[in-house]
Design a protein around this ligand. Structure first.
Ligand SMILES: Nc1nc2c(c(=O)[nH]1)N[C@H]1C(S)=C(S)[C@@H](COP(=O)(O)O)O[C@H]1N2
Ligand SMILES: [Mo]
Length: 409
């Protein structure tokens, strides 16, 4: 999504890259070179046990599912475009680690660096060193691949296992950091590098007795050198621990799992890399999907009403209702709403940029009784929300129009 409006406050281009020479980064690297292969700065054994999520999760704003929490759409401030960090959903495979930003290091290694480096010879970058590189801001829709999963069961009668998200595993954030390409170009990347594996510093993920190791997922070099950000701030504030403090990856428009939090290392490789997070999970399996579906990348189009479920509305109408639509592929072109599923009305888009659109609709009234409000968006790529989402075992990409129950009185 090179079209994402990226605002560079300092020059974000290759000539400035040349100015800040390769030596600068490698010089910084020397500070932490040969740093422990263990997790630098991760929670120590003496730290008292925390819950899986550290920030407050008031019931009026969140629904909590173990180590995950979704934003309640009825708690959203209609007028606010961005999602404040305290309100943003959290998705943790394990639990939020507490990381000391001073001892924190990002380790970069692999045979895809121009000068090949083993894990033991990794270039070790401090947070302060990274912050000396050109800053960039990017506004992205940030969304979990499984957002809407519960509707495979409740709306289509084919439940999928996993966190039973409604539509609140999404938000839109202005991230600040340094482009991954700035860092890779300074370090020198081999012309035939293909993949970059990002690994988190959170505890290893263990499920039903299998230890899958730390959360990690590769991204192709093309995306890595395009718009991927190493982010240390969100909406002008430093990252909250739950959202990846002190540094996370942000992979614009792609499935949330690509945006690895608490980024500990990057392996740049000349051969394809895999992890269970792109082979076992986060690809389509089951249903009528072919056995060899590729790892998921760009998020689909979805819409939500900023209303409680079962809200009562007057049959005489008049009230202005609010909602949002979003896409991983770029701008929302238009949104239509319906009460009967037959007649659709275009709604007024308020701010709509970077794949996130606020809209409003003056409720026209309807006959008393139980009804469902429907909203259906179309994005710049011409992708429109279908009536039925295509089932898959992981319950990913529920993009069908969701029926929002209301009672008309
Ligand atoms: N290290 C690490 N990174 C991670 C995860 C995780 O559990 N560990 N979860 C991923 C998933 S599935 C999503 S949807 C996003 C959620 O980011 P958030 O919790 O900041 O909203 O982070 C991704 N990055
Ligand atoms: Mo996710």
């Amino acid at each position: 999504m090179g079209t994402n409006s990226a605002t560079a406050h300092t020059a974000d281009n290759t000539s400035s890259a040349a100015a800040l020479s390769r030596r600068t980064v490698l010089g910084l690297a020397a500070v932490g070179a040969g740093a422990a292969a263990t997790r630098p700065g991760a929670a120590s054994a003496e730290t008292p046990p925390d819950g899986p999520i550290l920030k407050p999760l008031p019931e009026k704003d969140f629904v909590v599912y173990g180590s995950n929490a979704e934003m309640r759409w009825d708690s959203v401030d209609h007028d606010r475009f961005l999602t404040p960090q305290p309100r943003l959903f959290v998705r943790n495979d394990t639990s939020t680690p507490r990381i000391d930003p001073h001892s924190y290091r990002l380790e970069v290694f692999g045979d895809g660096l121009r000068q090949e480096r083993s894990r033991d010879e990794a270039v070790s970058l401090s947070l302060a060193g990274l912050k000396r590189l050109p800053h960039t801001r990017i506004t992205t829709v940030h969304e979990c691949t499984g957002n809407g999963r519960s509707f495979y069961g409740t709306q289509q009668g084919t439940p999928a296992a996993g966190t039973q998200w409604k539509l609140g595993a999404v938000g839109t954030v202005t991230w600040e950091g340094v482009r991954l390409r700035e860092v890779l170009r300074r370090l020198g990347i081999a012309p035939d590098a293909v993949d970059v594996m990002a690994t988190g510093l959170d505890p290893s993920y263990v499920d039903k007795g299998t230890d899958y190791g730390p959360v990690r997922r590769p991204i192709p070099v093309g995306k890595a050198l395009d718009d991927v950000l190493l982010a240390w701030a969100a909406n002008g504030r430093r990252l909250l621990p739950d959202h990846g403090f002190p540094l996370r990856l942000v992979v614009p428009g792609w499935v949330g799992i690509a945006s690895i939090k608490w980024l500990g290392s990057l392996e740049v490789s000349r051969s394809p890399l895999t992890s269970p997070w792109n082979t076992k999970w986060y690809r389509m399996t089951g249903g009528d999907w072919p056995a060899d579906s590729p790892p998921l990348t760009t998020n689909p189009v979805r819409s939500a009403w900023e209303l409680v479920e079962g809200e009562s509305l007057s049959r005489r109408g008049g009230r202005v209702l609010h909602g949002r639509s979003w896409s991983g592929a770029g701008r929302i072109k238009h949104v239509e709403v319906s009460v009967d599923g037959d007649t659709w009305h275009r709604v007024r888009l308020e701010d709509h940029r970077d794949g996130w659109a606020r809209w409003s609709y003056r409720w026209p009234g309807a006959t008393a009784g139980d009804h469902a409000l429907l909203a259906r968006a179309t994005d710049v790529r011409g992708r429109t929300q279908p009536d039925v989402a295509r089932f898959n075992d992981g319950g990913y990409f529920f993009d069908a129009v969701v029926r929002h129950p209301v009672v008309i009185v």
